[in-house]
Design a protein. Sequence first.
Length: 364
Amino acid sequence: MSKTPFIPTKLPPRIDYTSLIKEIGEANNALGQLQGSLINLSNPDLLITPLLTKEAVLSSRIEGTQATLEDVFKYEAEEKTYEESEKEKDVKEIINYRRAMHTAMQELRNRPIGENLIKNIHYILLNSVRGTNKDRGNLRRSQIYIGLPNTPIEEAIYIPPPYTELPSFLSNWEEYVNSKQEKDPLIQIGVAHYQFEAIHPFMDGNGRIGRLLIPLFLYQRELLSYPLLYISEYFEERRKDYYDFLKNVTEKGDWESWLKFFLMALAIQSLKTQTTVMKILILYKKLKDEIGAINAVYAIHLLDIIFASPIVSFVNIKKRIKAKSYQTIYNLLTKFVKIGILEEIPGRKRNRIFVFKQLLEILR
């Protein structure tokens, strides 16, 4: 176990493409199928919030959060402005992750992935949560190390490069990410993900930002119309493999095993995400036809709201539907409950909460 900082080799590395041909083909094919289901979305908001929330939940779980999708949507429905429990603190981290992704999507319209963008999303990611006092929005200005809690640096699992080396490494990383040096962009983002984690440019939040950059890269390269790919699910389910393959690049220069694992993750998660997208779109069309019988002026508006936020409160809906009377909204919610689209959480007299279980089951 090394007690000195690891100095990664500058990019690009030498990659043996011949050993990866099968995996590259499968990953590109699966990604193409996902893009096919995203390319002509008439209402992308139906998918963006629920799928980004799912990715945020799974990526944050790798870092130890325990909150579920339902916890996030319920917290937002109740419009809490403070966090009391550990679970609510976890929820805030997940909401920050989703907000960081939205901000990055907007910024990518004007500039490519680079140091300024990652500093901005780091600033959002650590806003008012664990790590907020760890120089958020700035590159680290001291040596850090990864190890078990309360262990000294001598027992570190990994020691990233000295902070004085960060400008040089990040400049090289940024140039590589935005170049056409690699024959295949999926190899390129796999390499870039490893290098970002090896550099570890921040005091905290490096894992989440590194994973967040994967769909953002695919979005920037126009391989996906929207950065909707919950790749963290694969990493979370195979957490030990994920860390072991990254570690083997560091210790043995084993790019092949890491890239095979990464390409497999892209292929499997692209197909899983595509299946989820299609199920959501089919459900939306089915329910849109059903609510035609309701004959209510705000019915389609409420349907769109619950696809973006599958747990809603009366107060929440009241703000988003500008009906002349509250009774109109009550009547509409009652109709949605009656035809089985929404279920009311029992036992609440004030600010009643309604759950769209059919969508939550698709997202689980």
